[in-house]
Ligand binder design. Structure first.
Ligand code: TXA
Ligand code: MG
Length: 331
């Protein structure tokens, strides 16, 4: 394909002309990446099988891993889904617009090309002025997976999208770095008791206030969540999760650094900053969430060979951070 157009749009001062131009590309069946509050999404017309297929092709994504439909109007949930349970409506009322994706029984017209052949559809209303303006201008749901090549870390800046998809997609809207940095929480309401299929910044504790007794997915639910089967967030370097304050950690790092290995460190305190190739001091789970994917890409640029990450407490967004860390580490 030709070149990828970059639309710079300040989220605090929406340039409607640029939004309309990006919307026109989408309505023509092209793909345009755009910022959401979580990560950048790779947008295409969600109800158009040809656009959906283009998304899979651009990302190199397995065709059985379904896409999320993004909406800007609450009522669209009833257009896309059948028999929406009252708990799902309560969750949407509480957390939309926001980083919550709701899986429901789909209406027949929602194409298999979007849902990976499943009889359910995932729906989310993003909380970002650019996404909402774009959705309104397009006037129909946009399918938008994270705008990275399949297997790579999700993009939190327009530059990351360009790294992976420049020349492959028609456009990208640069609205600056995303605020949250990890993808939305995905909750399945289509198979009885609501289950968290993917952890995100809306924590189990927060969901529990609206859906008492909500549970995390177990291995029994894997067939409801195809996305969790695939390799994720992999930089070129290997990743290990290690506590900073243990003697063994320091001994291991020193041995590797003596052997000339380029080490990258992510954690609150860096044990040997002078000899690390790269280090990032993350003070809390929010900072890890916001920077983690971006750091994985940065470490690749710095040709880091071994990334060492300190774990965080698995409360609030910390649970999602640890989930992404483990997937990146391949455990
Ligand atoms: O924050 C986000 O959710 C971002 C932004 C762009 O909105 N999008 C995103 O999309 O992370 P993606 O495609 O990278 O991840 C979607 C996840 C996958 O794990 C997929 O398997 C799951 O949602 N999913 C989508 N439709 C589903 C369905 N019908 N049933 C179960 N899981 C579904
Ligand atoms: Mg993704």
């Amino acid at each position: 394909m030709g070149s990828t157009r970059v639309f710079e749009i300040n989220p605090d001062e929406i340039d409607q002309k640029a939004i309309d131009e990006a919307a026109a590309l989408l309505l023509d069946g092209e793909l345009v990446a755009f910022p959401t509050e979580t990560v950048y999404g790779l947008g295409g017309l969600g109800l158009n099988p040809a656009s959906a297929s283009k998304i899979y092709e651009a990302k190199g994504r397995p065709s059985d891993n379904p896409l999320i439909l993004h909406i800007h109007d609450f009522q669209q949930i009833h257009v896309l889904a059948n028999g929406v349970p009252v708990e799902a409506l309560h969750a949407a009322e509480r957390f939309w617009p926001g980083p919550l994706t709701i899986v429901l029984a789909k209406k027949a017209f929602v194409p298999d090309a979007t849902t990976g052949g499943l009889d359910t559809v995932a729906i989310r209303m993003p909380n970002h002025p650019v996404s909402l303006a774009l959705l309104e201008a397009v006037g129909e749901p946009l399918a938008a997976p994270s705008a990275n090549l399949s297997g790579k870390p999700s993009p939190t800046r327009a530059e990351h999208v360009m790294e992976d998809l420049e020349g492959v997609i028609a456009g990208v809207i640069d609205g600056g770095p995303t605020v949250i940095g990890v993808e939305s929480t995905v909750v399945d309401f289509a198979h009885g008791k609501p289950i968290i299929l993917r952890k995100g910044s809306i924590s189990k504790e927060a969901l529990n206030e609206v859906i008492p007794g909500i549970e995390d997915a177990t291995s029994n639910h894997v067939h409801h969540s195809p996305g969790t089967r695939y390799r994720h967030y992999s930089p070129n370097a290997r990743i290990t999760i290690l506590p900073a304050d243990e003697k063994e950690t320091l001994a291991l790092l020193q041995k590797e650094m003596n052997a000339g290995t380029r080490i990258g460190w992510i954690g609150p305190v860096c044990p040997d900053p002078d000899r690390m190739t790269w280090s990032f001091l993350a003070n809390d789970a929010d900072a890890y969430a916001k920077e983690f994917f971006s750091l994985l890409r940065e470490m690749d640029r710095q040709q880091v060979q071994h990334i060492v990450v300190e774990p965080v407490d698995e409360v609030g967004v910390g649970a999602a951070v640890m989930d992404r860390m483990r997937k990146a580490a391949g455990i």
